[in-house]
Design a protein around this ligand. Sequence first.
Ligand SMILES: Nc1ncnc2c1ncn2[C@@H]1O[C@H](COP(=O)(O)OP(=O)(O)O)[C@@H](O)[C@H]1O
Ligand SMILES: [Mg+2]
Length: 278
Amino acid sequence: MRLLRRGKVKDIYELDDGKNILFHFSDRISAFDIKMSTPIPRKGEVLCKFGEFWFNSLGTRHHMIKVVDKDKMLVEKLNMIPVECVVRGYFYGSLVERYRSGIDLDLPKEFSPVLATKLPKPVFDPTTKSEEHDRPTKAQELTSSKVLSKEEYEYLEETSISLYNRMAKVANGAGFIMADVKFEFGRNSAGEIVLGDSLGPDEYRLWLASDYVPGRVQESYDKQLLRDWLIKTGFKDRIDTFALEGRKPDAPVIPIELVNKLSQRYIAAYERITGSRL
Ligand SMILES: Nc1ncnc2c1ncn2[C@@H]1O[C@H](COP(=O)(O)OP(=O)(O)O)[C@@H](O)[C@H]1O
Ligand SMILES: [Mg+2]
């Protein structure tokens, strides 16, 4: 087994047969694009089990073979399609800036751009994958650059939207709004396009339905407390100051009470959405 990469959250190993990949979901957490130096107990376990839950319940072709440990998942090695298939159900995140800068987002004319409002229908908003930042992309660009055929693009669009709809419905039944989600697909050894990567709170934005008020910032259920703390302590300002010089500050140590609360939130989201105990 050899380490392929250490992601922000997962460590990824290739097995010796060259056919399978092992995901080790760590307890690492990041916010505002900064990797924190304090781990969140059981976060890796939640991410792994969440992935297992969705792969088993969505009824779509996927790469998961099995969960082999509480925080480890064995998957089929895929030839990844370098596109992050983002689906947005709400007017939020980078969509807002892009809408304001006048980019055509294929929204109906009568759409009123209130922050966090529900979109008339979910929008497929793919971005090309890059190491630092993901760049929005258009169907035309992807199909003409031969990354995908037109049929494949349409398949990804249709599949992503239908997966989002199903996930959003499950989340809704548990009192959450799933504002958006990111999928990654790849080709398996038979050349079929299958759902890959992971599906968990790092791939989607969850809002508590009972706290939802359109027209203002909605905090993510799992990371809200960390983001609030980073702002309150002035660390967010430091990040912004460093960013002006193209640098990143060293991560702060998260106080233990906050670590415990964050851990509890990951577990609560898992237990409420899946209906099973961790
Ligand atoms: N089945 C698979 N085969 C090969 N690569 C995969 C597979 N599933 C996901 N990947 C790739 O693994 C990487 C996961 O890394 P990344 O998302 O950066 O990790 P993290 O979410 O921890 O930051 C991505 O580049 C993704 O495309
Ligand atoms: Mg990732």
